[in-house]
Design a protein around this ligand. Structure first.
Ligand code: SF4
Length: 454
């Protein structure tokens, strides 16, 4: 068997794409390795959403030059958003690179690799497809990696947020058929998966470009009927597409976890307008209020960009205010950086200096740390259902899992608990996680029985 090494940058969507790359390359007898020095095929799966993405890729490729010098026949490829954006420039600038494959070209990989191996033919495939077939696996997915699985339900985006490169590197919105999604989830559940994360750039616009297809709330409804599946999550949503039906789904569907990531980006209407985010602060807050009326215990997370062109001190203050008003459980905050092709890069001068961006980012993170800690402290003494994911990354010798609200919980436990649900009592809190003690597993069954989803 030959060995494949993949380095993945970016989001869950890219992680799922890397799983698919490993899956398609199995057909050519490649198995995954985490030791790059023993790999016959090395791939970089890239993300271009943030600044310096291209430089990162070129410097990683520079480091990989000696792999080819040391071992003859090693094949090197770049995929993902930077590959889509740079295309044949990458091949031209990096002589030891063999393949460039775009965000919709994973099914092409076996053919491309074969051509390098047999004819030394270097190639670039970055075209956009017209239907969802590129998201489907040729062979059914057989390997599951723990109790949780990511399932891509759509890709691309039809919005035109002025800061965002996604529509240029992931293409227009395309949804997979609901039939194929349900089939995939049923098969995952048969293999022991108990939690699915539905992925897409804007999942709540699922089905909108496929006449006759289910809407996103209807799709959730169907997935909720799958017996033995315990948890459903999804990522990411645009506030404009958060429909009444989707809000109501949080009250109605017992398997749908009480957590929503709803990127607000800024608390100031003038900035939202320049960002071409087609909602305003009050409308966003009304949607949050409706969500909380339907599901009072829902946890909320968001994305924030600081230092967008023209952002004044007053506008920035409005972002701090919205954080205090909503009291998010978690945020992901970034300094604005112009991305190629985007409207903001063409229309506006990047006029907030880096020192100010840095200071604003620190203020946002400081405030959120206080808010998250306050929220987590309120959990002291609570009993939570946790799906155990594996060893804790930050607390040596402990296990780590997540509550239905997506909070990280660290606790002492047996390895046999990995992949299972346990009931824990919360005994400590930090801004980013909870510390807990395990109660008996029977308690979980009782908790689940009483919600009727066992
Ligand atoms: S909705 Fe999200 S993915 Fe689409 S353009 Fe806006 S920020 Fe980018």
């Amino acid at each position: 068997m030959k060995r494949l090494y993949i380095q993945t940058y970016g989001c869950q969507m890219n992680e799922r794409d890397s799983e698919r790359i490993a899956h398609v390359m199995k057909s050519m007898d490649y198995c995954l390795t985490d030791r790059i020095e023993e790999a016959d095929l090395v791939f970089l799966n890239t993300c271009s959403v943030r600044d310096k993405a291209e430089q990162k890729v070129y410097s990683a490729l520079g480091r990989w030059r000696e792999l080819k010098q040391k071992r003859e026949g090693v094949v090197v490829g770049v995929g993902g958003c930077v590959a889509q954006q740079e295309g044949s420039d990458l091949l031209r600038r990096v002589p030891h690179l063999d393949l460039v494959f775009g965000t919709q070209s994973i099914p092409e990989l076996p053919r491309m690799v074969k051509e390098v191996e047999s004819q030394k033919k270097r190639s670039v495939v970055i075209g956009f497809q017209r239907d969802a077939s590129y998201m489907e696996d040729v062979e059914p997915r057989v390997e599951v990696n723990g109790p949780k699985a990511m399932v891509t339900i759509m890709q691309g985006c039809n919005k035109v947020c002025s800061f965002c490169i996604v529509p240029y590197v992931r293409g227009r919105e395309i949804s997979r058929s609901s039939e194929s999604i349900i089939q995939e989830i049923r098969s995952l559940v048969r293999q022991g998966v108990t939690e699915v994360v539905l992925l897409g750039q804007n999942v709540n616009s699922y089905g909108k470009t496929s006449p006759g297809e289910l809407t996103f709330p209807q799709l959730l409804d169907k997935i909720n009927d799958i017996e033995a599946l315990r948890r459903i999550r999804f990522m990411t949503s645009h506030p404009q597409d958060l429909s009444v039906q989707l809000v109501e789904a949080f009250a109605k569907l017992e398997r749908l976890c009480e957590h929503l990531h709803l990127p607000v980006q800024s608390g100031a209407d003038a900035v939202l307008e320049r960002m071409r985010r087609n909602y305003r602060r009050e409308e966003y807050l009304r949607k949050i209020a409706r969500l909380r009326a339907c599901r009072p215990d829902i946890a909320l997370s968001t994305d924030i960009i600081v230092g967008f062109p023209g952002e004044t001190e007053e506008e920035f203050e409005q972002t701090l205010e919205i954080l205090q008003e909503v009291e998010y459980d978690e945020i992901f905050a970034f300094k604005y950086s112009p991305r190629p092709h985007t409207a903001a890069a063409k229309l506006y001068r990047d006029d907030v200096c880096d020192a100010v961006k840095k200071e604003r980012l620190e203020q946002v993170l400081r405030l959120q740390n206080e808010l998250s800690l306050r929220k987590n402290l309120q959990k002291l003494g609570a009993v939570e259902e946790v799906l155990v994911e594996g060893p804790s990354r930050h607390r040596k010798g402990q296990l780590m899992g997540r509550t239905r609200t997506n909070r990280i919980v660290n606790f002492l436990g047996e390895d046999s608990m990995i992949g299972r649900f346990v009931s824990v009592a919360v005994v400590g809190a930090s801004p980013n996680s909870l510390i807990a003690e395990v109660l008996s597993e029977e308690n979980v069954s009782e908790m689940i029985d009483s919600r009727g989803i066992a």
